[in-house]
Ligand binder design. Structure first.
Ligand SMILES: Cc1cc2nc3c(=O)[nH]c(=O)nc-3n(C[C@H](O)[C@H](O)[C@H](O)COP(=O)(O)OP(=O)(O)OC[C@H]3O[C@@H](n4cnc5c(N)ncnc54)[C@H](O)[C@@H]3O)c2cc1C
Length: 107
């Protein structure tokens, strides 16, 4: 689910596995309905549902790689540099860090 939905329903679902004969909690029933809307078809009853919480999984503010790059040969890369949890941004920051390392080695 998207960050806004997760924040809104954070306390509604304890981490764990749901399903089998027991009815799903209301929040999971709502997710199931949204999946059906997205697919445009009834996906059928889920066999099981696994709830994970990723409270600190996504960077929401960038750090300052340019400043870090000059300190004791330390080069910073990753999604924290971009300030968004996205794979392609993490890769781009890694490439940029590699270029800064190469430039530093040339000096
Ligand atoms: C549930 C979830 C879903 C996601 N879905 C998407 C998606 O659909 N699309 C998308 O673009 N992005 C998604 N992301 C975000 C994406 O996974 C991250 O933006 C990306 O993995 C960041 O790459 P990274 O190299 O900066 O950090 P990471 O991939 O987190 O790598 C950091 C590495 O450092 C290691 N490490 C940490 N501390 C230490 C230490 N002290 N010593 C040694 N090693 C250490 C860790 O073990 C890890 O291997 C998702 C993230 C999560 C959690």
């Amino acid at each position: 689910m998207a960050p806004a939905w997760s924040k809104q329903h954070w306390e509604a679902l304890p981490r764990g596995t749901y399903g089998g004969a027991a009815p799903l909690p209301a929040a999971l029933t709502a997710v199931h309905g949204l999946i059906g809307e997205l697919l445009g078809a009834d996906p059928g009853a889920p066999l099981w549902v696994d709830v994970h919480r990723w409270r600190y999984a996504l960077a929401d503010a960038p750090c300052a790689p340019a400043a870090s790059a000059g300190i004791a040969g330390l080069f910073v890369a990753g999604d924290m540099v971009a300030g968004q949890g996205r794979v392609h941004l993490a890769i781009a920051s890694g490439r940029a860090a590699a270029e800064r390392i190469a430039a530093a080695l040339d000096q």
